[in-house]
Design a protein around this ligand. Structure first.
Ligand SMILES: C[S@@+](CC[C@H](N)C(=O)[O-])C[C@H]1O[C@@H](n2cnc3c(N)ncnc32)[C@H](O)[C@@H]1O
Length: 251
């Protein structure tokens, strides 16, 4: 990946104590245009980053993950398909606000993020992370969360409700025709986007799990509080291995 022009590798050991010089200058220095920027956080192989970039050539997409071997797949595909509106950043999302300036990002996608059953602060939709996203997301910027995890979906929905964040769309069974809001009832644009299926998503679908989706806005003038709800942990995640935490619920 060292030779890939669309990959920026800044693990904590590299960025520690130094300012990131491209902060606030992604469009000028990386994309050479002034188009909106959308991030996919915890992008893995980057299916959303690449899939969205192909559909929306006038928007710039950056996939972020700490695991280089996963990013490699998406970065290679983007280079092979000559997608000039794609980049990947390898870093820890805990320090994501070091890489983007105020109002530099239009939207964020969280695709099949780890539910972090024992540690709510580490969930990519926790107030710890939302406070950091607010520093570079436009006012009322959109956050999309697509997940198999009942715990992560319930937690995020409760957080959104408790903080009065505007909900733009929400369904707990996206691909089921009998659900309250199934994919085929959505407008064409949303349906097209939500049909991009990631590596992890395909595995959960094969196991018969329903896919949940919530899209909400993050206003700047809001002080965020963690939700106070007890949620059942996702039992199926300990499939074929013993439950490590021994817990049956989590905050
Ligand atoms: C379950 S995988 C999902 C990957 C991909 N979005 C998909 O749906 O196939 C979660 C990804 O988030 C990344 N991740 C989790 N926490 C992270 C963090 N704090 N910083 C960077 N990457 C993180 C992991 O490395 C992993 O690739």
């Amino acid at each position: 990946m060292e030779t890939f022009e669309n990959v920026y590798q800044y693990p904590f050991s590299v960025i520690d104590g130094k300012p990131f010089e491209q902060k606030g200058r992604w469009n000028e220095e990386c994309f050479g245009n002034s188009n909106p920027i959308i991030l996919e956080l915890g992008c893995g192989k980057g299916e959303y980053t690449v899939g969205l970039a192909k559909r929306y050539p006038d928007t710039n997409f950056i996939g972020v993950d700490i695991k280089g071997a996963r990013i490699y797949t998406g970065a290679k595909q983007a280079l092979e398909e000559k997608l000039g509106n794609v980049a990947f950043l390898r870093t820890n999302i805990e320090i994501i606000d070091r890489f983007f300036a105020e109002n530099e990002v239009q939207e964020i996608w969280l695709t099949f993020s780890d539910p972090q059953m024992k540690n709510p602060r580490k969930r990519l939709s926790s107030t710890y992370f939302l406070k950091r996203y607010k520093r570079f997301l436009i006012d009322r910027g959109t956050i999309h969360l697509k997940t198999d995890s009942n715990l992560l979906f319930t937690y995020t929905s409760a957080l959104v409700q408790q903080n009065n964040l505007p909900v733009l769309l929400q369904t707990n069974d996206l691909y089921n025709r009998n659900a309250e809001l199934p994919a085929d009832k959505l407008d064409l644009y949303t349906r097209e986007i939500l049909n991009i299926r990631t590596y992890y998503e395909n595995q959960w679908i094969e196991r018969g799990l329903n896919i949940k989706y919530i899209k909400f806005a993050l206003p700047h003038d809001i002080s965020l509080h963690e939700p106070d709800v007890e949620i059942e942990i996702d039992d199926y995640r300990s499939f074929k291995r013993p439950k490590r935490s021994g817990l049956s619920t989590s905050k």
